[in-house]
Ligand binder design. Structure first.
Ligand code: PCA
Length: 324
């Protein structure tokens, strides 16, 4: 009897699954960061809510940790419809649209409130740009404030000269160039390996990424809280996939996206405190850069702002005017 029951349960589950697959759309959601990362956890909750609330019309299956597509591949995968939905670090896409890197310009927005204002000021143009590439924008969530990690103590600009530096976008490459560091672009998935092999010895990223990578295990002892920008991840959908949904389901997706965005910003704020503490608890020295270094980075930021404004042209001017 027990066995019969089990068989019935399995049969029923198979039937239900087939039914779901036949009656509704299924989207694969490509996520670059590990399942434990707050962006991935938030996206997973979003996917679950959409799947539950759409009454079988849309099922979203998440693939964290780059298991479907790696970070560097996700934008193109979604654009070409290989994945229907995905999350990508916006400021790595400056070649697609310079407006996508506005959130990585040093010292333009140095608090969550400013980051939100900059987001609102830039969102309309960014959404338009993505739309022209066949993409629907759903939501964006910032990483905690970016800080400087180093294997050795940094007390002056001279200490930074020649340091092998892990960069994650054009902006961090430019910071390295203007500082005299030697940059290599490396996706988050390869950070631990890059530090442990000695390929790099410094980077600028969030306390969250350092904590998730247990970066102290790779000889990184110092974290300097520069808090110069809050770069965001965005979630985008392929427009053909989007157009296959009825308007009621589209509305559900947008509602859940807006909820995920709010939740994501709250999780980020919490991580901005908790994860710095986690670095200190793991024995790292967590502090601020001194006045000389701060001045140096501010100068770098001013140069980069000018360069960005040139690249972004009149659309960029519009965003800056709306922000100020
Ligand atoms: N972590 C990601 C992007 C920004 C961040 O805080 C990374 O280091 O690649």
């Amino acid at each position: 009897m027990k066995l019969l029951n089990k068989i019935l349960v399995v049969l029923f589950a198979i039937l239900l699954n087939t039914n779901l697959a036949l009656s509704g759309e299924k989207w694969d959601m490509a996520l670059a960061y590990g399942a434990g990362n707050f962006h991935s956890a938030n996206a997973t909750e979003f996917a679950k809510n959409v799947s539950e609330n759409s009454g079988g019309k849309l099922t979203i299956v998440t693939h964290p940790g780059g298991s479907l597509y790696k970070g560097g591949e996700i934008f193109r995968a979604v654009r070409t419809g290989q994945a229907q939905i995905g999350e990508r670090f916006m400021s790595a896409l400056g070649k697609e649209d310079p407006l996508l890197e506005v959130d990585s310009q040093p010292f333009l927005a140095t608090s969550y409130d400013d980051a939100m204002n900059l987001y609102q000021a830039s969102k309309p143009e960014i959404v338009k740009g993505l739309d022209s590439k066949g993409l629907v924008f759903l939501y964006a969530v910032p990483w905690p404030a970016q800080g400087l990690y180093s294997k050795k103590e940094i007390n002056s600009v001279a200490d930074l000269k020649g340091l092998k530096f892990r960069a994650y976008n054009s902006a961090t490459i430019r910071i390295a160039e203007l500082t005299g560091m030697a940059p290599t672009k490396i996706e988050a998935a390869e950070i631990s390996q890059a530090f442990s092999t000695g390929a790099v010895e410094s980077m600028i990223t969030s306390p969250t990424t350092g904590k998730n990578k247990k970066i102290w295990e790779n000889g990184v002892k110092y974290f300097y809280d520069i808090a110069a920008w809050f770069p965001k991840n965005m979630v985008i959908v392929n427009k053909d996939a989007w157009n296959k949904l009825d308007s009621k389901t589209q509305k559900i997706v947008m509602q859940e996206a807006s909820k995920a965005e709010k939740k994501g910003w709250a999780l980020s704020k919490r991580g901005n405190k908790d994860d710095k503490k986690a670095l200190a608890d793991a024995g790292m020295k967590v502090g601020k850069v001194n006045a000389e270094l701060k001045k140096h980075f501010e100068g770098v930021g001013a140069t980069m702002s000018k360069e960005w404004a040139d690249r972004a042209g009149s659309r960029g001017q519009g965003v800056l005017a709306a922000y100020k």
